[in-house]
Structure formats: structure tokens, C-alpha cells
Design a protein. Structure first.
Length: 640
């Protein structure tokens, strides 16, 4: 298969993905619904863009226990970033600024994490050990994240097989990024330290759609506990993707599960095309050993250029470096992802590591008409001694940035002779991805010396196990047996109302479809109409359902009562209307006959239905349609 034969996204089949050796796994970060943060006593879940102070820091790497530096930490150090933290005194304390030791781990967060691990059918650890995971991107002011593992080797059922859960971790969340421009990155610290669980699956998914399916399944499982946060940013997916001959690539921070299929398709396509690019380079005789490049300062040659980015850069005192890549002619136009070329691999690396964030940040001779004039390209090529077989790339910036940019161009071009470099990549809105950093290795992890190990007793696990919901797959199977509407099955199975639904159906003998529709669809309809449904919590809905137990016409009365409660925000409106007496039903039917007599009915065969509708109008929520029909003999009268 050649690069041009990689099928469009809509045309790919499971056999196509099998042919390229597609494999994918998930790392899902989910915030827990706790009162406090994980290693301090600050409140959790309070977000605000307001801040009272700023702190400036520069990050530096530290040696691992084996005396080695992590590659990601070294890469971040190369960027020479200034990290600015915006501090709100109501949500951050001195622990998070690494000025005081941590508190013991939050017990509420630990219970929730242990419960989720049990739902995953994990082998539970009997002793927690806190580790430090180094982060030099500035997202954590201390330069490291405290993390621990609570369960390993679990599984969840999917289709005709199981998805292996490698581990479930408990860790603290990072800051919210405000901006990242040039050599300065700004963060808000309100999210910092909030408890997260991290679910890590094996690469058991075989197609992009399966990755999204499993992400939804795991989402439903954790939500079924009712003890995780929901809403924007409460859950974030990292997706690991590889193809045969490629390597594990981590796509970070996928904000929405529906984006996963296109993102993973594009990463599979990217790796496949990078492998074909490597083969083309080898065919041209360019290997890691034979790779050649040259760099020259060509600022003087381009002082009069009409290419705006370079002209403006030189006018502001910047320099322009040119890099010759021997034998690379035409390869910067090599397709990688959808409507994306190899040149963006280089541009991304320059943007992130050399901090040249204003785009375009490079220009290259494989598309000369879009940049310099023909004579300018000839002058630059002559200065570099470039032949027709070579490609020349320009990069501009301040002295150190332009030098760093030229160096990164050479590094990324040489990596192309090897294949697919191990990277962490950023999910982009168009379904493609961009370089974020070198993929971290084990050297960034080391034990935390501030916190002792913590025993996890069998009694504690048993106590947690008794509070857990039934597995969502068992709930969904029961709901299908009850023949509930298909669109309520999955939402109800992962809902905090699942236990109430079971009680309503099994103890109060309420119609299962009515209970499910009220708990899921009607609440959603009220929210869409602009009403605040937070008052319609499990306790309120339990009172509403129980109040309607055994009443005629409960469906309409229940729906109106829900609207009344949501409209007023008060459970004082919870009472359902009293049932109608036979006398009231008779009066309503008599009035309906009179009203019908004054109407012109074009289809006489519809007279019974019209009369029934007129009779039911004043009886909604107070009498069942079957009871009204029985009393007035509609079934016997037919369409009279």
C-alpha cells in the first residue's frame, strides 16, 4: 500500500485497519466529586478566572534515582519558558506552591478510587505508595505530580471479548492553561490538586470506533457511582495509537469522546505515511548514518525580500537561518495526515521547542512560489551549496531562537530516516494532531519521601464493595429485558437514578417505561426548555414517583408536577393532583358530548377520538384513559 492508497476516513473498514496493524489504548483522567483536594485541605471544584497574585517560576530537570534525566524534562528545559501562575487565595495554599509538606491523602477520594477499581474487577493493592511524576511544562508548580496506583489487572466486557485494564491510578490534577506565547506560559491554579483517577487500558481496540465505544463504556462505569464530576473539563482522554512498524503515540487531552475516531484515524494515517517516507529516504540512500545537513545565516541575502514574515522579522532585528537537507527534494510536501504535509511536523517542532509561535515560522523550497522569489531562493541555495536534490528550509527569530529552530529542523529531519519518533501529540479541532513534546519515559518517576505507605485493609474494601452499584452491563441487560426505549438504556444505567429506578419498579410496581422516561427523558426536556432541574434530584424524584404510586393517570400528573417543581425550585409543588371520582369523570364526558355537538366534524369516524380528547382535557393527571373509556363505553360505541 502506498501513501496515496490510504483510504479516506469514511471508506475505511475493519479489514483496512487490520492490514495496517492498528492498535489503540486509552488513558482516561476523571475528576472525583470530593469536598477537598487530594493532598491539602483546600476546597475542590471552585473555578474562577479571578486571581489575587501572580508567581513567576523557571523549571529545571532533576536526576532520577538512577542518575538520569528524562528526555521530556530535557526538552521542556530547552524551551526556556517563564511560567506565570495566577493565584486565587480561596482555592490555593502553600502546599501547592511546594512551600509546605503535603497532608495525608484525602480519604474520600481514596474510597471513590478504590470503588471504581473494584467495578473494573482489578486486583487491589494492599499498600499505597505515593510517587512523584516529573512535569516540566509548568502545569504543576512543584515540577512534579503526586500519584499512586490503587488497582491493577482488571477488565471490562466489550462485544465478544474483554478489554484489559492495566491499572487505575489516583493523582492530583494540574493547572488550567491560560496562554502559551513565545517564552511565556500562563496558568490558573484553581484546578490544581483536585483528585483524579486515571484509567489505563491495554491497546485492545482494533478500530477508531472501538476506541470511542470503550471510552463511552468506561465513562458510564465511573458515572454510575454518582461520585465523579461532570461537565466541561471534568474528564479528559489521552489516546495511545500505533500501527505495524510504528510506535506508541499519545494524543493528549481529547476533550470529547466523539472526536476520538477521526483523531485516531489520522494518527494511524500519519504513522503509515511516515513509514513510507522513511522507505523513500532509504531508497534515496539517506539513512541515519548518511544523513547530511548544513546551516547558514542568510539574513543579509533577504534584507529586500517581499515575503512579509521574513521582511518583518529582519526589520525587527531578528535573523534568518537556512537549513539544507541533502536529498530531501519534494519530501516536505509528503502527505502525513488529512490535508497535512511533512512540513508541519517540522513547523510544530520549531513552534514548541524554539518557541517560535507566530505562524508561519518556516518557509521551504518545496513550495517556492508561496514564499521567496525565484532569485532569492537561488541565492540562498547557492550560499548553502544546495543541489536540485536538496531541500532548503528557512527559520527566523531572535539569535538563540533561530539557532534552536535550525537545530530542531535537523533533528526532526534525521528522525524521518528512522520512521515514527516517540511523541506526545496534541489533539486539534480539525481531527488532526500536532507535536506537543517528546514521549515521557520511566526516568521521570521516583518515590515520594514526604508521605509514608498506606495500608488498604480487607475490611475497607468490603465496606466500599457494599456501596457499589451493579455493573452497567448488567443493568443494561435488565433494561433490555424490560423493553425500555433504546435511548434511555445507556443513560439510565450510568445515572445516579438507577437505584431509584430499580426501587420504583420492583417495590412500588410503577410501570418501568414510565419511570425510565421520567427520570431520563423528561428531566432532559425540562433542562432544554431552560429550567433548572438540579432540584429534581434522586430524593425529589423518589418522592414524585412514590406520590404517584397507584394513582390513575399518573403519567400526566407526574410530568406536570416535575415541571412545577423545576419552575418554582421548591419541593412544595411536589404533590400530584387528587384522583378524579367517577362523578367527575361522568361530568367531563357529558361536557365533552356537548362540546362535540357544537363542532363540525369532517370525519365522523373520528368522533369517538375527539370526544375522548375533550373529556380527558380536564382530567389529565387525575384519571387514566382506560378508566374513562370503560366508564363511558367508548370501546362498545366504536366510532358512533
Amino acid at each position: 500500500m502506498t501513501p496515496s492508497e490510504f483510504r479516506p476516513f469514511a471508506d475505511m473498514t475493519p479489514d483496512d485497519y487490520a492490514a495496517v496493524g492498528f492498535k489503540s489504548g486509552l488513558e482516561i483522567h476523571q475528576q472525583l466529586l470530593t469536598e477537598r483536594k487530594l493532598f491539602c485541605r483546600c476546597p475542590a471544584g471552585r473555578y474562577s478566572d479571578h486571581y489575587h497574585a501572580e508567581i513567576l517560576r523557571h523549571m529545571r530537570p532533576t536526576l532520577s534515582e538512577l542518575g538520569e534525566y528524562d528526555g521530556t524534562a530535557l526538552m521542556e528545559f530547552k524551551t526556556k519558558k517563564e511560567i506565570v501562575y495566577r493565584i486565587n487565595r480561596d482555592t490555593v495554599c502553600t502546599y501547592e506552591m511546594d512551600d509546605t509538606p503535603p497532608f495525608m491523602i484525602d480519604e474520600q477520594a481514596l474510597d471513590i478510587a478504590l470503588g471504581v477499581a473494584l467495578l473494573y474487577r482489578c486486583a487491589m493493592v494492599d499498600e499505597l505508595h505515593i510517587a512523584r511524576k516529573q512535569y516540566l511544562d509548568g502545569s504543576i508548580p512543584t515540577g512534579f505530580q503526586r500519584t499512586t496506583i490503587v488497582g491493577v489487572d482488571g477488565s471490562v466486557p466489550y462485544k465478544d471479548r474483554s478489554i484489559h485494564i492495566i491499572q487505575l491510578g489516583l493523582e492530583e490534577d494540574a493547572c488550567r492553561e491560560v496562554s502559551d506565547t513565545g517564552h511565556q506560559r500562563v496558568y490558573l491554579t484553581d484546578r490544581l490538586g483536585m483528585p483524579l483517577i486515571e484509567t489505563v487500558t491495554a491497546p485492545d481496540m482494533r478500530t477508531p470506533s472501538e476506541v470511542a465505544d470503550v471510552a463511552q463504556l468506561l465513562r458510564r462505569i465511573v458515572r454510575s457511582t454518582g461520585r465523579v464530576r461532570t461537565g466541561i473539563g471534568a474528564a479528559r482522554e489521552d489516546v495511545n495509537v500505533s500501527v505495524t512498524g510504528g510506535t506508541r503515540i499519545e494524543i493528549k487531552g481529547v476533550p470529547r469522546i466523539p472526536l476520538i475516531p477521526l483523531l485516531t484515524y489520522n494518527e494511524a494515517m500519519r504513522q503509515w505515511n511516515l513509514l513510507r517516507l522513511r522507505d523513500e529516504l532509504h531508497r534515496r540512500g539517506i539513512t541515519p548514518e548518511s544523513f547530511q545537513s548544513r546551516t547558514e545565516n542568510v539574513t543579509r541575502l533577504l534584507k529586500k525580500t517581499r515575503f512579509t514574515p521574513v521582511r518583518n522579522a529582519i526589520a525587527s532585528g531578528m535573523i534568518v537561518n537556512a537549513v539544507r537537507l541533502h536529498g530531501f527534494h519534494g519530501l516536505l510536501r509528503w502527505t502525513t495526515q488529512t490535508d497535512t504535509f511533512f512540513s508541519r511536523e517540522i513547523s510544530d517542532r520549531v513552534r514548541v521547542i524554539a518557541c517560535l509561535t507566530t505562524l508561519p515560522n518556516i518557509a521551504h523550497s518545496d513550495s517556492p512560489s508561496e514564499t521567496l522569489s525565484s532569485s532569492e531562493w537561488q541565492a540562498v541555495k547557492k550560499a548553502l551549496g544546495a543541489s536540485e536534490d536538496d531541500t532548503v528550509i528557512l527559520v527566523w527569530g531572535l539569535d538563540t531562537d533561530a539557532a534552536m529552530g535550525a537545530g530542531e529542523i535537523i533533528i526532526r529531519a534525521k528522525e524521518a530516516t528512522i520512521g515514527v519518533p516517540s511523541e506526545t501529540r496534541q489533539a486539534l479541532r480539525d481531527g488532526t494532531n500536532g507535536f506537543e513534546r517528546i514521549l515521557p519515559g520511566p526516568d521521570r518517576m521516583y518515590p515520594d519521601t514526604d508521605l509514608p505507605p498506606k495500608r488498604i485493609t480487607a475490611d475497607r474494601l468490603e465496606r466500599i464493595r457494599t456501596t457499589l452499584p451493579s455493573p452497567v452491563w448488567e443493568r443494561e441487560r435488565w433494561y433490555r429485558e424490560l423493553q425500555l426505549p433504546p435511548d434511555v438504556i445507556q443513560p439510565l444505567a450510568s445515572s445516579v437514578f438507577a437505584g431509584l429506578f430499580e426501587q420504583a419498579v420492583t417495590e412500588w410496581k410503577i410501570d418501568s417505561t414510565l419511570a425510565a422516561v421520567a427520570l431520563i427523558q423528561w428531566r432532559k426536556d425540562l433542562r432544554r426548555s431552560g429550567l433548572d432541574v438540579s432540584v429534581l434530584n434522586a430524593d425529589t424524584m423518589g418522592m414524585l414517583l412514590h406520590a404517584g404510586h397507584g394513582q390513575p393517570g399518573v403519567r400526566d400528573g407526574l410530568r406536570q408536577a416535575m415541571r412545577n417543581v423545576a419552575s418554582t425550585g421548591s419541593t412544595n409543588a411536589i404533590a400530584l393532583p387528587p384522583p378524579a371520582s367517577d362523578e367527575e369523570i361522568g361530568q367531563a364526558v357529558s361536557e365533552a358530548r356537548k362540546q362535540l355537538a357544537g363542532l363540525t366534524v369532517r370525519k365522523p369516524e373520528k368522533s369517538a377520538e375527539i370526544r375522548m380528547g375533550l373529556a380527558m382535557k380536564p382530567l389529565r393527571g387525575r384519571a387514566s384513559g382506560a378508566r374513562v373509556a370503560e366508564l363511558v363505553g367508548f370501546r362498545k360505541e366504536g366510532a358512533a
